[in-house]
Design a binder for this molecule. Sequence first.
Ligand code: UDP
Length: 326
Amino acid sequence: MPRALVAGGAGFIGSHLCDALLDQGFEVTAIDSLVTGREKNLESARARGLKFVRADINSPLKEWSRDLGKFDEIYNMASPASPVDFAKMPIFILTTSADGHRHLLELAREQKARILFASTSEVYGDPLVHPQVETYFGNVNPIGHRSCYDEAKRFGEALTVAYHREFGVETRIARIFNTYGSRMRPDDGRIIPNFFIQALQNQPLSVYGEGKQTRSFCFVTDLVDGIIKLMRSSEKFPVNIGNPLERTVMEIALAVNSLTGNKASLRHLALPENDPKQRKPDIARAESVLGWKPKVSLEDGLRECLTYFRSELSASPDGIVAPTLG
Ligand code: UDP
């Protein structure tokens, strides 16, 4: 039976990845510090035999890898990723894609396993090239509020290609664009959880700025499918994985208010520093190299979110606060 390790396995994307690998007949181990991951995301996977290890990949490799055995595939999905987290734990975010990722690369090197690094569209910063193509080097403020995440992921990419060049490790790099779906933390502060949690509590939606900035939203099952296809490919260099269907923040707000029947409308807050004005992946490389493109429509994806965030709220009788920036 092939064996996979998913770091950040209790997180939003990581836990869906664990489910998909179990579906494919893998023996799966998830490691997570639970700083932002949630053990309940792995309940169904654990019932199907997934092994969960609570540990921080930033700790020395020997401390947590001793009894895990040998892996064929290592996925590094570990990192806080919400702009709200950037203000709370910037140093932890930086070290996780540096020390933590290095530990996983060492493990892959020792075990001759393939390793995939979950990078991000944030490596493009506030992009001056649109849509973003993998050959674009980006426009990142190295000392801004988002820099802990952007530069950590840029360093993580550099470390990944260095392990490939110096030691011949079989590496993969996925540049993940905005992703949404069940198991997002309802108080994570990102647009989809914030808008649903606010709308379902009849509150006005917190639109930053005029809401003209754009994002392109990929449903989590599509994303996971792309990640696994990339792991199985022979592509060493970064591949954008995301949905090119671009929407303004205002369009998302109106869609959520209409879907939930929320009459409380909107409240505009200041646009956060360095908030990218536009974001849309060019997925030509993913289409040609992986034969992958997203399938789930925004309408269907948002409907699934409605069910999910409703159930999160019904499990929280005191309500949930959607944290806003600023
Ligand atoms: N956004 C917003 N209100 C919120 C949360 C986010 O208007 O309560 C906007 C934010 O300014 C950004 C977009 O939604 O332009 C996506 O933000 P998110 O935090 O989800 O992810 P990002 O792509 O910025 O990392």
